[in-house]
Design a binder for this molecule. Structure first.
Ligand code: ARG
Length: 586
């Protein structure tokens, strides 16, 4: 089963090839003039230039070859050589029926050659509360994880937990000062299995210690030494560290799950640490690492390159492994454990240079083949001032507070719109939560990954316009229509397509495959978001123009019910790819 657009593209390409031109790039696209045609091909213009033919004549000959195609109701040449295709109603109906019958994929295909893909996203850190800086990475990464899996790849979503840096030494030192780390100061165990800290402790201790380290060199020094001792394997510190990690992770998992974000792996930066000594030795032995001003570096600029990319810092002059060292070792670890074909790093664009350094170093060292490492960079969510979003008090907004804020707003919006009035208090809460998550995620994912956008909760939560709540509302409306039909004993039947709004809906259903394909190729969830919106609009027009349950012809009712069910399935599938859940009713 494939999309009409794909099949017709192949038919047009074959017709061009029969005219003796190189048709390898020939496709059809949705028509610019939907009032005149469904699809168009502009290929004659470019190809005629190459063969020095007259484009209109070439287009005419190709059109003549397409004449007998039963899928086409009309083939016309327009302007300087555009080929316009109007699809036969029967072909549209057959395609809509295929989509309707495709419970698994709603009309989108799987890739021919599945790959092994690691998606590194969210990147939360122990003890530091998750803030909006991690928001886009989490939302986009979750969506790409679903999209790649939907396409048929084997996918591991990895949180790449920041559990190994200086913040650990800060916490150990701060806790020691409070006299609460006594049981862990000695190497010899056993060390208590009960955590000496709660999440609140960590959230209080870390910012205070970080601020203090900036002011007091002596405190900073102690924290550094504690970090070094931990990393060198001090068993008491290790035991304490394990508590920090566990307490943080439990809290983070709860926050992520409220946002509908999950991971297959929670590998930490610490997990790559044991690989570092051998890796550094190997890089030195092969002359890839150079000793420079007391530190070990890997140079990554190419001969004759204009841009000066700083070298990757492998071992600092104090002898520590750095952020880039860990990322390099993590590539080795993933090579062993997942044997990846691709690693996608869904991380803020501001880390672009870092990844460029890591990737080049990894390619140089042969840890990956060029093309296997990719930074799927994202822009930021900004405040009205155009800078990364801050709370009114000027602090970073915690994810938990963001979700609470959005849910409060969602409740308000539901009440305004008189939605969820029949629901129990518990169901109403669940609906409000889904509306909130849909609002945040759709607002994020409807923007291109690399562009930044302005946080505007009022707009995001509106039931009107291009928003998550609007899409949920449309999906729920179809669900209630289908329930009503079932109550009346009306069943979906064979699809026939005649009215313009039916044709438009069938064409939109056909376009899903292309949207998924584009989104996959460009790591661009916004293309799926765009499709979901277009589908909701197309359904809405269809619903207004074509009464579904009105008394009358039973075959028409069956066909329209089947179209509605197909639209719902595809809309839910698209929303699921965005990580958005639809309530049963609202
Ligand atoms: N923990 C890092 C941060 O908060 C993000 C990690 C991104 N992933 C990576 N492999 N470096 O900035």
């Amino acid at each position: 089963m494939s999309a009409l657009r794909t099949d017709l593209g192949e038919a047009v390409a074959a017709a061009f090839a029969a005219e003796g031109v190189d048709a390898s790039t020939v496709r059809v696209t949705a028509s610019d003039r939907p009032d005149l045609a469904d699809f168009q091909s502009n290929a004659a213009l470019a190809l005629a230039k190459i063969t020095k033919a007259n484009p209109r004549e070439l287009a005419g000959r190709v059109a003549a070859r397409l004449e007998g195609d039963a899928r086409l109701a009309a083939v016309e040449v327009a302007g300087p050589g555009f080929i316009n295709l109007k699809v036969a109603d029967a072909a549209l109906a057959a395609r809509a029926a295929e989509v309707a019958g495709d419970a698994e994929r709603a009309g989108a295909e799987a890739v021919a050659g599945p790959r092994r893909v690691v998606i590194d996203f969210a990147g939360p850190n122990v003890a530091k509360p998750m803030h909006v800086g991690h928001l886009r990475s989490s939302i986009i990464g979750e969506s790409l994880k679903r999209l790649f899996r939907f396409r048929g790849d084997t996918v591991w979503g990895d949180a790449h937990f920041g559990d190994w840096g200086f913040q650990m030494g800060l916490l150990i030192t701060a806790l020691t000062e409070e006299g609460r780390a006594d049981a862990y100061l000695a190497e010899a165990g056993p060390h208590p299995s009960e955590s000496p800290v709660t999440l609140e402790d960590l959230e209080r201790l870390y910012p205070a210690a970080a601020a203090r380290a900036k002011e007091e060199p002596e405190f900073r020094d102690r924290a550094r030494k504690a970090t070094a001792a931990l990393q060198a394997g001090h068993t008491g510190y290790r035991a304490l560290w394990a508590h920090f990690v566990a307490v943080s992770r439990t809290a983070l998992e709860r926050e992520f799950s409220a946002l509908g974000v999950t991971f297959d792996l929670w590998n930490g930066e610490s997990d790559a640490d044991p690989l570092i000594p051998d890796m550094v030795a190997d890089l030195k032995a092969r002359g890839l690492a150079e000793f420079d001003q007391g530190a070990w570096i890997i140079r990554v600029t190419e001969e004759g390159e204009k841009r000066e990319l700083a070298p990757l810092l492998l071992v600092s002059s104090e002898g520590s492994a750095m952020y880039g060292t860990t990322d390099l070792a993590t590539i080795l670890q993933r090579r062993r454990e997942q044997d990846f074909d691709l690693v996608l790093y869904c991380v803020d664009a501001r880390q672009g240079d870092h990844f460029e350094q890591v990737f080049r170093a990894a390619y140089k060292a042969g840890y990956a083949v060029p093309g296997q490492l990719e930074h799927a960079a994202n822009g930021t969510m900004n405040g009205p001032d155009g800078k990364p979003f801050k709370t009114r008090a000027g602090g970073v907004l915690k994810l938990h507070d963001l979700i609470t804020m959005a849910t409060d707003k969602a409740r308000e919006r539901l009440r305004e719109a008189h939605l969820g009035e029949d629901a129990s208090a518990e169901e109403f809460e669940a609906i409000a939560h889904k509306v909130a998550v849909a609002a945040l995620k759709f607002a994020d994912l409807s923007n291109a990954r690399t562009t930044s956008y302005v946080f505007d909760l009022d707009r995001f939560t509106s039931f009107e316009g291009k928003t998550g709540p609007y899409l949920l509302y449309q999906a729920v409306r179809i669900k209630s229509l289908l329930r009503k039909a079932a109550d009346q004993g009306a069943a979906p039947g064979p699809i026939a397509v005649a009215e313009p709004a039916e044709r438009d809906l069938a064409l939109t259903l056909d376009a899903f495959e292309q949207a998924v394909d584009d989104a996959y190729a460009k790591r661009a969830p916004h293309v799926v978001a765009e499709h979901a919106y277009r589908l909701a609009q197309s359904f809405s027009k269809f619903y207004a123009a074509c009464p579904v349950l009105a008394p009358g012809h039973e075959a028409t009712r069956g066909s329209r019910l089947a179209l509605s069910a197909a639209a719902l399935r595809q809309l839910e599938t698209a929303l699921d790819l965005l990580g958005i859940d639809v309530p049963e009713r609202m």
